[in-house]
Design a binder for this molecule. Sequence first.
Ligand code: CMC
Length: 424
Amino acid sequence: MTDRKATLSVGNKSIELPMYSGTVGPDVIDVRGLVQEGVFTYDPGFVSTAACESAITYIDGANGVLLHRGYPIDQLAEQSDFLEVCYLLLNGELPSEEENKRFHDTIKNHTMLHDQMRNFFNGFRRDAHPMAIMCGVVGALSAFYHDQMDVSDPKQREITGHRLIAKMPTIAAWCYKYSVGQPFMYPRNDLSYAENFLHMMFGTPCEDYKPNPVLAKAMDKIFILHADHEQNASTSTVRLAGSTGANPYACIASGIAALWGPAHGGANEAVLDMLAEIGDESNIETFIAKAKDKDDPFRLMGFGHRVYKNFDPRAKVMAETAHEVLSELGLENDPLLKIAQRLEKIALEDEYFVERQLYPNVDFYSGIILKAIGIPTSMFTVIFAMSRTIGWFSHWNEMVSGANRIGRPRQLYTGSPKRDYRKK
Ligand code: CMC
């Protein structure tokens, strides 16, 4: 709460609106009372609207700041691991050594899928996009835990969170295995979270798979950097779905669907498609010109961000990790990666991009790393979804454990006024 009030003049009427302050960040004006005055606020794309109160993640886009529960993302990426970040997002505080160990053990106890879930995979076409499979399979989890989905019970919510964190890598890796016709690999609980994912992706029953520690570390960083991002499109979708009392698996499935779009999580896949389309360094100028042409819908994928107008702090960490991975794999001269590096340099210097503050975002570099590790592009958004599940779940959990009202936006109606029915 602040003592400040905003005053809005509507015609000759003056309306006083309460204002609230967060711990950091802009104050908000409470417009809820406006409906009684017969006016709505209008904010397509929610550029100036705080849709909820939240204590999970803070972003200062102008200064390239991203904090989870107060901790800067670069410190978490360097000093923590993904499961510890999951604990932090869920519980609000970093775990003690004992709590951390217990949490790791708990997650390991939930990594297997119900054996009947294999049948779900078998129902899909082999060439189905793995995001389509993931949407369906995650939604289907609700059919397996229907007696443990009371959203008003904190214990059931906690177990659901653990299940989702633990099972997402298994689901993600099985989406891939199904598409290439290889046997599903079961999780191995002697491996770390990231190692286990690589094992289920690249291992086969024919020989032992030894995860490369540099690649496992890079994977873990990708998970951390995608874990949460405040009220983005997919998280807002999860909140909106959850506000109706829908079960958490259905809500997470709705988040996966929203993430799929190329303007959101689909961007890392689109980056690689774009690099392939450019094909050769000599074509870069043509594509830069296309991106700048207002009559051409083409955009440089992996550049720009709704919130970050200085730099994306996640992209900084990802750029360093990309260099580590490329040098570990001896891929510094890969032609596609050469195009990426050249594109990055040109765009960072070009007036159009500088003026509009269009910097490489996290997806530009994560796509490069995933490709170098050998992960097919169709799996990129799946990996994003698997990492973001903890963010979605934490927001859903925060919402349903507090006072929650069904989300119901209003509109500026521009259709026909009332008219009488007449056959044409
Ligand atoms: N290439 C060329 N021009 C661009 C680009 C781009 N990637 N992004 C924005 N612009 C231009 C846009 O045409 C507009 O120009 P003007 O002012 O002359 O009309 C100006 O920059 C502002 O763009 P906007 O569309 O108003 O910005 P937005 O905040 O609505 O969109 C965005 C943000 C991320 C959707 C957009 O930058 C974009 O489409 N980027 C490419 C897709 C991408 O990489 N998305 C991943 C985002 S990071 C992962 C995540 O959080 O999901």
